[in-house]
Design a protein around this ligand. Structure first.
Ligand SMILES: NC(=O)c1ccc[n+]([C@@H]2O[C@H](COP(=O)([O-])OP(=O)(O)OC[C@H]3O[C@@H](n4cnc5c(N)ncnc54)[C@H](O)[C@@H]3O)[C@@H](O)[C@H]2O)c1
Length: 334
């Protein structure tokens, strides 16, 4: 009968993955994309106005690696306060590339957070100044600690400033930053404080009203705009994009739902305003940062290839170490 299916829960996935691994995997996924070795239709969305969330379907095939799968992910910003659940919840299904048979169902919540953070890490590696030392963070929710973990692995952080609308969240993240990563982290009480004189800025909120003002951003800064991943979401004033070298992960996704989606819909930004896809930079087709005083901005929407390459590593390691459970699927007899 069919191949066995390995099932992994969030704890098991987390036990297998390290951020260093995910940084390498995401960089490889971007490179494969830059070399045009992947199939990845843009993610498709279902919106629930009644409950204030959305469900996305994200398929990908990395052809050189023979890795194929789909992520199903929902984003419900009311979850943490209403139900104590994460805003972002995901499941990943992997398939045997030869037969199309499903071979693994695994939780994708942790993978989503880790690969999102790893994308930020890769962007910092290629786009931030080498002497960047001060990190500003706006948004201290579920994703933020993963962001810190990844960026800490690619940047010599001397200090971190954290701002969140909910001060307690910012305090919790500062405590984690100190305890887990030994970082010099402090809470600031305005978004402006988090931005001014930071070398690298990460925005990771679900806001629809830009929280970063043009005049706070100075030459030489690199910004990872992470939070905007659905139509109407926007964290940076459009004037910042006008001043910055803009790098995206994918035009279809970014113009539909990334940081640039609102300015694109208003005609303030066009495809011609974009410098590169991150994959082109990682694959060596275009240089990353070219001068110390330019402002760079990475608009990351999250690519299915990041999830699928990471999930395959989890699957292979789980097979090797016997982690998770296996079951034999029973296919319907004709
Ligand atoms: N780009 C990607 O690949 C990707 C991946 C995962 C999540 N996301 C997005 O990142 C965002 C954050 O996700 P999360 O799971 O951390 O959510 P979360 O709900 O756990 O945390 C969001 C935090 O942002 C804070 N916040 C909201 N508005 C703010 C504002 N104007 N100023 C300062 N702080 C503000 C909230 O108080 C909260 O602490 C969401 O929009 C999510 O959809 C993007």
């Amino acid at each position: 009968m069919g191949q066995k299916i390995r099932v992994l829960n969030m704890k098991e996935v987390k036990q297998i993955l390290s951020m260093s691994d995910v940084l390498g995997l995401v960089e490889r996924a971007f490179k494969e994309r830059g070399l045009k070795h992947v199939q990845m239709p843009p993610k498709s969305y279902l919106f629930s106005q009644k409950f204030g969330g959305d469900l996305r379907v994200m398929p990908a095939y990395l052809k050189e690696l023979d890795e194929i799968g789909v992520k199903l992910v929902s984003v419900y910003p009311g979850n943490p306060s209403k139900y104590g659940l994460p805003t972002v919840l995901a499941t990943i299904v992997l398939f045997d590339p030869e037969t199309g048979a499903p071979i693994s169902y695994m939780d994708g919540t942790c993978i989503t957070a880790m690969r999102t953070a790893a994308a930020s890490g890769v962007a910092v590696k290629y786009l931030a100044r080498k002497d960047a030392r001060v990190l500003g963070m706006i948004g201290a929710g579920y994703q933020s600690v993963f962001q810190l973990d990844a960026i800490n692995k690619v940047m010599k952080i001397e200090s971190v400033k954290i701002f969140d609308l909910i001060e307690k969240e910012a305090e919790n993240l500062a405590v984690l930053a100190r305890k887990k990563f030994g970082l010099n982290a402090r809470v600031v009480t305005t978004a402006e404080d988090a931005v001014r004189s930071s070398d690298v800025l990460v925005t990771v909120t679900p806001t629809r009203t830009p929280v970063v003002k043009r005049e706070w951003v100075t030459e030489g800064m690199h910004i990872n705009a992470v939070g905007a991943d659905a139509p109407g979401k926007e964290e940076l004033e459009a004037g910042i994009l006008k001043r910055a070298r803009i790098v995206i992960d994918d035009w279809e996704q970014a113009s539909h739902s990334g940081e640039i989606n609102v300015p694109v819909s208003k005609g303030m930004i066009t495809k011609a305003s974009i410098y590169a896809e991150i994959g082109e930079i990682v694959a060596g087709a275009k240089p990353g940062r070219v001068s110390a005083d330019e402002i760079t901005m990475f608009d990351t929407t999250g690519l299915a290839i990041q999830d699928i390459i990471t999930a395959w590593r989890v699957y292979e390691m789980a097979e090797e170490k016997g982690i998770g459970r296996e079951f034999e699927p029973l296919y319907c007899e004709p």
